[in-house]
Design a protein around this ligand. Structure first.
Ligand code: C2O
Ligand code: CU
Length: 501
């Protein structure tokens, strides 16, 4: 028998043994008040050679590489500065009540008095200039060009590629619209709130040459609280078109969850995430899924009969294209889904077979732990919680493969900034259709994707989930190029309060 005293000592020891690891984990979970994302997380070279300036070991939290002679600063990775822009606009961001195009009042954010902000249209090759003015947003704001692979300094990520623009100040973005396609723009400061409440708009880059579509519709879907809108309007979005013509409908998912779309008379998928599908075939009796942040361009035929065609966007929302006064019946949602893995036919991009220089894992899970001292269930990356997430390091010119696995119990729309990635396989099944390029990939629970990209855009890039509240719950990592130095800081810096999302 143990004495009472011995039992007390043992019990005390057991308590310490039980509480010490959580206490240590809790203490470790705090991010410093100000830090460079360059020093966040664990350096991962993806099995490739270690790169100069980066510490080669794995537990180097908050110790980013020092700036070395010859390093280029993120601040210098800008778009063209000394040429005349082809498209130039000023967007004034304001916090306060907004009236939607259909008259409903919402309390949130506007750009030039409306939400969504003014649609931007450019032609491939155009120099686009946008001056962002922050009228009154105390927390600061920025604009990110979602899906446009801009030079790093134009990417609009507060604390990573610029400081958040304080109230009363402005910032000029400039980039060449190199790739035709459907994109959107949105704030990248406190984005889970600012985007949700209206700080966003659409951006379309038209191809060189003439369009083959009589009607070109931009149909962003967004929910303002319980108000589901298409192109900023509640209810049906009606677009006039002549009978017997074809229309291109550009659907953009600006919400946090996935969308399913379909059209009564069938459709073709012309593009995904701003990249053309090669040889798209007609689709009947299937819906196509667009993940948060993603885009799908559909081709639909306006019937010669004088009726309209209806693109169903789920939740009762629809785009109705046809002559004035025309009608069309709703079509119920098909039970089958189009699989983009085998849709269209391959154009044969050599990235499909190219030998990778680095192979990274991005495994999303969920586990209990602490973030900034707060206990909870959080998203994990490769088994660890923010800020112990991977820092994927590449050299310019590398061919990179990323294995994305989702074992977290929920879907995650994964978004890599600055690059388009080619889907190679899903759950071990190789892609067999058109090249499927993504910047936002909806990864369902239990799925594994292998994607590849060319490291051809030096900088410091976010790679995160586009269900924006998930970013606050830790689902965010970065891709960084060797030889690039990030001068910005998360936290309070240069009069800005840069938040890590
Ligand atoms: Cu559309 Cu990092 O965002
Ligand atoms: Cu997520």
């Amino acid at each position: 028998m143990l004495s009472r005293r011995a039992r007390l000592v043992l019990a005390g020891g057991a308590t310490v043994a039980l509480l010490a690891p959580p206490a240590w984990m809790c203490a470790r979970s705090f991010a410093p008040p100000t830090y460079s994302v360059m020093g966040m997380g664990r350096v991962d070279f993806g099995g490739g050679p270690a790169l100069g300036g980066h510490l080669g070991h794995t537990d180097d939290r908050w110790v980013g590489p020092a700036r070395r002679p010859g390093d280029v600063s993120v601040a210098d990775l800008t778009g063209p500065r000394d040429v005349r822009p082809d498209v130039s606009t000023t967007l004034v961001a304001r916090k306060g009540p907004v009236t939607l195009a259909t008259g409903e009042k919402v309390d949130g954010y506007s750009l030039n008095g409306s939400s969504p902000g003014p649609p931007i249209r450019a032609r491939q090759g155009d120099v686009v200039q946008v001056r962002l003015v922050n009228a009154n947003i105390a927390e600061g704001t920025t604009l990110h060009w979602h899906g446009v692979d801009v030079p790093n300094a134009e990417d609009g990520v507060a604390g990573v590629t610029q400081n958040a623009v304080p109230a009363g100040r402005s910032h000029v973005y400039r980039f060449v619209a190199e790739d035709a396609g459907t994109y959107w723009y949105h704030s990248h400061q406190i984005s889970s709130e600012q985007v949700r409440d209206g700080l966003w708009g659409t951006l379309v880059v038209e191809p060189r040459g003439r369009s083959t579509y009589a009607t070109d519709v931009v149909a962003p879907v967004h929910s303002y609280g319980g108000l589901r809108t298409v192109a900023g309007r509640t209810g049906e979005y009606r677009v006039p078109a002549r009978p017997g013509t074809t229309a291109r409908v550009r659907v953009i998912d600006t919400d946090n969850g996935p969308l399913r779309l379909w059209a009564g008379g069938g459709y073709r998928v012309l593009a995904v995430d701003g990249r053309d599908v090669h040889r798209p075939t007609p689709v009947h009796g299937k819906s196509v899924v667009v993940g948060a942040g993603g885009r799908v361009d559909l081709e639909v035929a306006v019937p010669a009969s004088g009726d309209a065609v209806r693109v169903e966007l789920g939740g009762g929302s629809a785009v109705v294209v046809g002559p004035a006064g025309s009608s069309v019946r709703r079509t119920p949602e098909p039970s089958q889904r189009l699989d983009l893995l085998s849709y269209g036919s391959p154009a044969k991009d050599d990235l499909r077979t190219a030998k990778p220089d680095r192979v990274f894992d991005y495994r999303v899970g969920r586990r209990p732990g602490f973030i900034n001292g707060k206990p909870g269930m959080y998203w994990s990356i490769n088994g660890r919680l923010f800020p112990d997430v991977p820092m994927y390091v590449v050299a310019e010119g590398d061919i990179v493969r990323m294995k994305i696995h989702n074992g977290s119990g929920e879907a995650h729309p994964m978004h890599l900034h600055g690059h388009h990635a080619l889907v190679l396989s899903r759950n071990g099944v190789p892609a067999s259709g058109s090249e499927w390029w993504v910047d936002s990939l909806n990864v369902q629970n239990g799925e594994s994707y292998e994607v590849a990209f060319r490291a051809d855009n030096p900088g410091l890039w976010m790679d995160h989930c586009h269900n924006l509240p998930h970013v606050n719950e830790g689902l965010m990592a970065h891709l960084m190029y060797a030889g690039v130095y990030g001068p910005y800081r998360i936290g309070d810096a240069a009069g800005s309060h840069n938040k890590p999302e």
